[in-house]
Design a protein around this ligand. Structure first.
Ligand SMILES: [Zn+2]
Ligand SMILES: [Zn+2]
Length: 282
């Protein structure tokens, strides 16, 4: 089978590939060296370079539409050498010569910086920080979207990856990582407040009794005392820096309704055992 793809179709193809990768590694991503897999994190390299590739082809499509010779290196010879296409950085310069107000200097510098990261990913030694590269990725995607609208008077839309795209656009405005977990800036403030409040409610009670709650990290000692028959042998989830359900740190009280909190009376899961009705202050 033989087929031909134009620059724009090629650009969409790279973008689709990149979003497919994002879906696999970026959508529910953690940034916690204790549980992250390096092999998964390495995929950021391909995810990012596919996006740069798609931006490059998008810009070249625009140039091509202005005049098909504009995608070649030397446009002044009588016989243009069609084997020499312009580079990524030159395509940005050429675009800006034609449309000086389409990008500001800071936008140009950002696009060039992304090109350098791509080159490093392909050719050289590269240090990748999953938070930094994700921030760059989300911002670059936003550029793709903006340029697409400016060039073709229509927004880029892709139903297959609509949830990923919503997240990427939100993250492009900024996100923070706290205890290895991503938060939109407004949500992080709320979350920190919730942890603070949770620490005050360090007891559980019913109509007759009141017990201290089992803090994250003290489960092993408690369970070993409670069940000397050794029915539990794996305590690894309680040894992490942060609870994998509620993000409580070692020695903190779990967040409300955490799946991993155990009951201080019966030793089973607190939210389902039924021993206590409410949490309360000391
Ligand atoms: Zn928890
Ligand atoms: Zn119980």
């Amino acid at each position: 089978m033989q087929f031909e793809l134009n620059l724009l179709e090629n650009s969409y193809d790279y973008l689709n590939e990149s979003l497919e990768y994002y879906k696999r590694i970026g959508y529910d991503e953690t940034h916690n060296p204790e549980i992250d897999s390096i092999d998964e994190k390495k995929k950021w390299k391909t995810t990012f370079l596919l996006l740069v590739q798609s931006v490059e082809l998008l810009i070249k499509e625009k140039l091509y539409r202005v005049n098909s010779i504009l995608i070649y290196e030397d446009i002044d010879s009588k016989n243009i050498d069609k084997s020499k296409l312009i580079t990524y950085s030159k395509s940005i310069d050429r675009l800006l010569n034609l449309y000086p107000i389409i990008l500001q200097e800071k936008d140009k510098q950002f696009l060039l910086q992304c090109g350098n990261v791509r080159n490093e990913c392909i050719h050289g030694k590269v240090v990748i920080n999953s938070i930094e590269i994700k921030k760059k990725y989300c911002k670059l995607f936003e550029y793709y979207d903006k340029l697409h609208s400016k060039f073709f008077n229509k927004k880029y839309f892709n139903n297959i990856f609509k949830y990923e795209i919503i997240q990427i656009k939100e993250y492009a405005k900024g996100f923070d990582v706290y205890r290895g977990t991503e938060f939109l800036q407004k949500d992080l403030k709320q979350f920190k407040k919730e942890i603070e409040i949770a620490q005050l409610n360090c007891c559980v009670k019913n109509s007759k009794e009141k017990y201290d709650r089992i803090r994250f990290g003290s489960e092993e000692e408690f369970l070993k005392n409670k069940f000397p028959d050794g029915r539990y042998t794996d305590y690894s989830i309680y040894k992490l820096n942060y609870c994998s359900d509620c993000l409580a740190a070692q020695n903190e009280v779990h967040g409300e309704c955490c799946d991993l909190e155990i009951c201080p009376k019966c030793g089973m899961q607190l939210i389902t055992c039924g021993c206590f009705e409410t949490i309360c202050k000391n």
